[in-house]
Write a protein that binds this ligand. Structure first.
Ligand SMILES: Cc1cc2nc3c(=O)[nH]c(=O)nc-3n(C[C@H](O)[C@H](O)[C@H](O)COP(=O)(O)OP(=O)(O)OC[C@H]3O[C@@H](n4cnc5c(N)ncnc54)[C@H](O)[C@@H]3O)c2cc1C
Length: 413
């Protein structure tokens, strides 16, 4: 949708085909952290009133990043940079809200309920997309922005693979009430909490408070998002029972409680209070980088080409960055369209697959923490490292800066 806004703004005719039948179909309301790369892309591609709507529908920015153990005891808390300007700041959004923002003013562009099946390329470079209902659409360029299981990728780059990272996660949301608010320790409430626990378990905690407050409603028509706590617990897949990815919300909550008997009672209460309808399982996957391919009039962006583990929280931001670059490269310069796509693809492969590798290094099933005996030592090492950082100001400053290095704050485009 970011690409579609950008192209339309540049005077290009664009159509988006979405498999879901409605604006709200298939959406998980999980929290997405938008970094300066993502924010700059949205600012460049969206009309000013839609970008303004985006900034008005973000949750308040997190103020701290707290590392905790499974009893919710603090290991390290680092302050996050305070908001300074709308374009380059880190932002916290609900995926559901962001989707609604991106559909704003695009009624004539998006065709819902159209499941892409395959495409056909013609001698003059034009491309016809085919849909499951038998309909077709022809254009000069086809961009596959169809996520991890991309059918466009399957046809365009059949050798490109997406593999299981070995990590499974369960995510859920708890409405923010006096009770749930009191369950989080002081240092976690204003920001982001990361629980690092034995046996390779980790749990991320995000508090999302929106400008419309607890009693208000989102300014977007179909957006039920209200203040809430978003959590996600992850571990090696061997720690989960077979078939967990088919469990419904109630079973996922029960499973989370069964896996965390010695965790803080407050955290377990939070799990128990989770809305089962908001709970979902994730098999964390990662793409295998592919060598350069000859460009033509079918290209890819986002998870369709560089699915990554959530290790760095940049999957969506990299997709937005792609959209920004593709708008610029397609609409500037002259020469054949495939040449302009080549400029985009060359850069996208570099930063996209670099982000895949860096994310996998941080969240992947082959990390030491997932191993039986060594894992315990690795956990002790991690905690000692965080405590040392907490006590040595020079290390602390370096660590604080490192939280931002991959998030685009120091880049121009
Ligand atoms: C729990 C969780 C937390 C995350 N947090 C962050 C974060 O903090 N920061 C961050 O940067 N990233 C985050 N990510 C990653 C991020 O969500 C993805 O990288 C991002 O959504 C990728 O965007 P995309 O547009 O490429 O693909 P998608 O968001 O998957 O969108 C693909 C679209 O294509 C449609 N589609 C698919 N197949 C077809 C078809 N055959 N025909 C028609 N339409 C089709 C889908 O319905 C969907 O609308 C997180 C992911 C998860 C699961």
């Amino acid at each position: 949708m970011c690409l579609a806004h950008g192209l339309r703004g540049a005077g290009v005719d664009v159509e988006v085909y979405e498999r879901h039948r409605t604006r709200t179909g298939g959406l998980h309301g999980y929290r997405v952290g938008i970094d300066p790369d993502g924010s700059r892309a949205l600012n460049a591609c969206l009309p000013p009133d839609v970008f303004d709507l985006f900034t008005r529908t973000c949750a308040r920015a997190p103020e701290t990043f707290a590392f905790l153990d499974e009893r919710l005891r603090r290991t390290l808390t680092v302050p996050l940079r305070p908001p300074a300007d709308d374009v380059n700041d880190e932002k916290s959004v609900s995926r559901m809200t962001l989707r609604q923002v991106l559909y704003t003013g695009m009624q004539d562009v998006v065709r819902f309920g159209r499941v892409f099946t395959h495409y056909e390329q013609h001698g003059d470079g034009t491309v016809t997309a085919h849909f499951a209902d038998g309909s077709t659409a022809t254009g000069d360029v086809l961009v596959g922005a169809d996520g991890t299981n991309s059918r466009v990728r399957a046809q365009r780059l059949p050798h490109a693979r997406v593999e299981d990272s070995g990590v499974v996660a369960i995510g859920g949301k708890v409405p923010l009430t006096d009770e749930t608010r009191a369950l989080l320790p002081e240092g976690v409430f204003p920001g982001i909490g990361l629980v690092i626990a034995p046996h390779g378990f980790a749990c991320i905690l995000h508090v999302l408070e929106f400008p419309w407050g607890p009693a208000g409603v989102s300014p977007l028509p179909d957006d039920p998002t209200g203040d809430h706590i978003n959590w996600g617990i992850s571990a090696h897949r061997d720690r989960f029972p077979a078939g967990v990815t088919g469990f419904d919300g109630a079973r996922l909550i029960a499973q989370t409680l069964a896996m965390t008997p010695r965790w803080s009672p407050a955290l377990r209460r939070l799990f128990a209070l989770t809305d089962p309808a908001s709970c979902f399982p994730i098999t964390v996957r990662t793409s295998v980088p592919v060598p350069a391919w000859p460009s033509d009039t079918v290209t890819l962006l986002g998870d369709a080409i560089h699915t990554m583990t959530p290790g760095q929280g940049v999957g969506a931001n990299t997709a937005l960055r792609d959209a920004h670059h593709l708008v610029r490269d397609l609409t500037s310069g002259d020469g054949p369209v495939s040449g302009r796509i080549q400029v985009y693809e060359r850069r996208m492969r570099d930063y996209g697959f670099a982000a895949v590798a860096a994310s996998k290094a941080r969240t992947g099933g082959d990390q030491l923490v997932h191993r039986p005996v060594v894992g315990r030592l690795a956990l002790t090492g991690q905690r000692t490292f965080l405590r040392v950082i907490d006590h040595v100001p020079a290390f602390r400053r370096r660590f604080e800066a490192s939280l931002y290095t991959t998030r685009g704050g120091d880049r121009e485009d």
